[in-house]
Design a protein around this ligand. Structure first.
Ligand SMILES: Cc1cc2nc3c(=O)[nH]c(=O)nc-3n(C[C@H](O)[C@H](O)[C@H](O)COP(=O)(O)OP(=O)(O)OC[C@H]3O[C@@H](n4cnc5c(N)ncnc54)[C@H](O)[C@@H]3O)c2cc1C
Length: 375
């Protein structure tokens, strides 16, 4: 029976980016998913690289998000070379606008830790994006480096690049538990038998805790539902992504606009609801009135892997040999995919990390965990 260098539970964007970076080193890698590859959170994501738009305070995580964002342009080219697939990297920024006084105050307070953001008056926003309604606008930030990609094209590019590096994919094969010998994890037990590996990585998104907790590993990850819809306007309505509290509008290369997203703790339910779509649409129209006339395309929902402090778990699990985790990326899994792949590869290889990741460590204290930040 094959023993892999690395076996990864979960073939979402995080599992695939880890597989890709490990396989580039010549390792023999297996990815095991209980469904098809990239069928969960990545298939629902909007693809914003919102290091600035999604951050509510400065510090190590903010710096890591900007670092990962900075890796994207060359990663996109590398993946295109290896897979032949364009991930539709669009180098247009995000306008994060305020529609009321409280939101304006929250945004302006960010200047204390984000000196790069440019404040725009309502007139300046409308000059940049003439379809935006000026009526309620109080101004906003222009995050010019918060670009975007197409999440499913990214996943396809990674899958093909992995296949070209001989990564073994086991789809429709649930991992039922971790294989253990004493204190060492030796691979994954699956519905179709064991998969042995020198190193095992749990990257099962919102389901990660179900693989870890039976072994006494307490790294909470829970689903946070996000609902979205898309439209196809007759003509382009915005070049840049527009973002207000609780709603963003992301213009895609094919001319559609993706509108998201709710933030609900509703278990593993992924049903889109009329009420959520109506609420999102009401916000979207306040910003971009012409949305009212756009042709409706579809609705969808997905589950973000949330953690109690909003930070991912990346690294070796203390006290257990051969086990790493890469999960809990919450609202930022697309943004953090290149950084996570690279960091896990470095940890697995015993190399120094290119970026400090103590704040993501599975050994970090549970103390001081706060509420998940709502955008
Ligand atoms: C509506 C929405 C919008 C978003 N927008 C953005 C955005 O604009 N930018 C951004 O950076 N991020 C965004 N995100 C967040 C991003 O999508 C996630 O953080 C990221 O996709 C998580 O990737 P993952 O690989 O950890 O998890 P997932 O994609 O959920 O993958 C986990 C995989 O593990 C598999 N699995 C689970 N249990 C088992 C098991 N027992 N055995 C085998 N396999 C198993 C699943 O089938 C799945 O394929 C958004 C998310 C949502 C829902």
């Amino acid at each position: 029976m094959t023993t892999y260098d690395a076996a990864i539970a979960g073939g979402g964007i995080i599992g695939l980016s880890v597989a890709y970076e490990l396989a580039k080193t010549g390792r023999k890698v297996a990815v095991v998913d209980r469904g098809p590859l990239h069928g969960e959170a990545v298939s629902a994501a909007a693809g914003m690289l919102g290091a600035e738009a999604e951050s509510h305070h400065g510090g190590a995580f903010f710096e890591m998000c900007k670092w990962s964002r900075g890796l994207y342009r060359s990663w996109a080219e590398e993946l295109k070379d290896r897979s032949g697939v364009s991930i539709e990297y669009v180098p247009e920024g995000i306008i994060r606008a305020a529609l009321d006084e409280a939101d304006e105050a929250e945004l302006l307070a960010r200047a204390a830790w984000n000196s790069e953001a440019e404040w725009l008056s309502p007139e300046e926003i409308v000059r940049m994006e003439p379809e935006v309604a000026s009526g309620e606008l109080r101004g906003g930030y222009y995050f010019r480096h918060d670009h975007q990609v197409h999440p499913l094209r990214l996943a396809t590019a990674l899958r093909r690049a992995c296949a070209a590096l001989d990564v073994a994919f086991h789809e429709d094969r649930p991992v039922t538990s971790l294989l253990k010998e004493g204190n060492r994890v030796t691979g994954l037990q699956t519905s179709a038998g064991p998969i042995f590996a020198q190193q095992t990585i749990v990257a099962a998104g919102s389901w990660s805790s179900s693989l870890l907790s039976p072994h006494g590993i307490d790294l909470p990850v829970f689903p946070v539902k996000g609902q979205c819809y898309s439209v196809a306007p007759e003509k382009p309505l915005t070049r840049r992504t527009l973002f207000v509290q609780g709603c963003y509008l992301v213009p895609k290369m094919d001319g559609t606009i993706w509108v998201g997203a709710t933030q609900e703790e509703a278990g593993y339910d992924k049903t889109p609801t009329v009420g959520a779509m109506a609420a999102l649409h009401a916000k979207a129209v306040r910003l971009l009135p012409a949305m009212e006339r756009a042709r409706f395309v579809r609705t969808w929902a997905g589950l973000r892997p949330g953690t109690p402090d909003g930070l991912p778990w990346i690294g070796f699990v203390p006290g257990v040999d051969g086990l790493l985790v890469a999960t809990g990326h919450y609202r930022n899994g697309i943004l953090l995919a290149p950084a996570t792949g690279r960091l896990v590869k470095e940890l697995a290889s015993g190399e120094p990390c290119s970026f400090p990741i103590d704040h993501c460590s599975p050994a970090r204290s549970a103390d001081g965990r706060g509420e998940i930040i709502r955008s």
